[in-house]
Design a protein around this ligand. Structure first.
Ligand code: SF4
Length: 267
């Protein structure tokens, strides 16, 4: 079997949700404008590093969704997201803090790591390049909220960055957060992942895969109100047997989709 960070984190959040998503095929519908816009924005970033026109690319990608009946957040619209995206692309080019040599090889880098039992763990790194001349893995995020910067080095505990570091063996990692707010902002956040963290993550993956192989899928919605993870779970309708919720949020497809490998930030 092939695993990704998204799958492992889904199992750790709630094994029952993992089973519904990856074994039974219940996928969340693409109804969140911010999520789809994030993918369009990443295409535009790719164009920038290939010396193409990023704004034209963003328009082209986002234009395909102009008539899609998305659930926009309050105050958002198709036009506003485009405007914010263009602003962020201009700011990013002006900042000029990221360098990617040979973008064909170093954008969307596929990393495959062998697991015990003949399984594989696949990661797609957004980019490998430099931030302020320091070589590192680069992870793009589009979001409406700033990333927390306190306490100091909180980023070093980010499990997704840890998984990228473990998969690639590269200790330096960074998030470039494109914050879509009234005055768009870009955060450049870099940290180091230690060898100990990488080994610990590897053990976590092995344990999780063993539990999946053993068919252990208990529900694990969260702790208690207000931290109940069920409230933000796409599979809530299935657990509550609420047909309207299922119809609105989910679609059933056999097998995994390509998007399993795209680790998008959920606003
Ligand atoms: S609704 Fe709760 S129990 Fe059901 S799959 Fe989601 S997180 Fe798990």
């Amino acid at each position: 079997m092939v695993f990704s960070y998204t799958q492992i984190s889904s199992y750790l959040r709630c094994p029952r949700s993992y089973r519904l998503r990856y074994l039974d095929g219940w996928q969340e519908k693409d109804t969140r404008a911010g999520m789809v816009f994030g993918r369009c924005f990443e295409q535009a970033l790719g164009a920038l590093f290939h010396n193409e026109d990023p704004e034209a690319r963003l328009f082209l990608e986002w234009e395909a969704h102009r008539k899609t009946p998305f659930a926009y957040k309050k105050g958002e619209s198709w036009d506003l997201l485009l405007h914010q995206g263009v602003h962020l692309l201009q700011r990013f080019a002006q900042d000029d803090r990221i360098l990617i040599h040979r973008p064909k090889q170093n954008l969307q880098v596929k990393v495959v790591r062998a697991l015990s039992g003949g399984h594989q763990f696949i990661s797609y790194l957004d980019a490998i390049g430099t931030l302020d001349r320091t070589p590192c893995i680069l992870d793009w995020k589009t979001t409406t909220s700033r990333y927390p910067e306190v306490p100091h080095d909180i980023l070093s505990l980010d499990p997704q960055l840890t998984s990228y570091s473990w998969a690639s063996g590269i200790p330096e990692v960074a998030i470039v957060a494109f914050v879509r707010k009234r005055l768009p902002e870009i955060q450049y956040l870099r940290t180091s992942i230690s060898e100990e963290q990488r080994q610990e993550f590897g053990r976590l993956v092995d344990t999780t895969v063993s539990q999946i192989e053993a068919g252990q899928f208990p529900s694990h919605g969260g702790i208690r109100f207000p931290q109940n993870g069920c409230l933000s779970c796409a599979h809530l309708g299935l657990c509550l047997n609420d047909h309207q919720m299922i119809e609105t949020n989910l679609v059933r497809r056999a097998g995994a989709s390509d998007l399993d490998w795209l680790d998008e930030l959920v606003d």
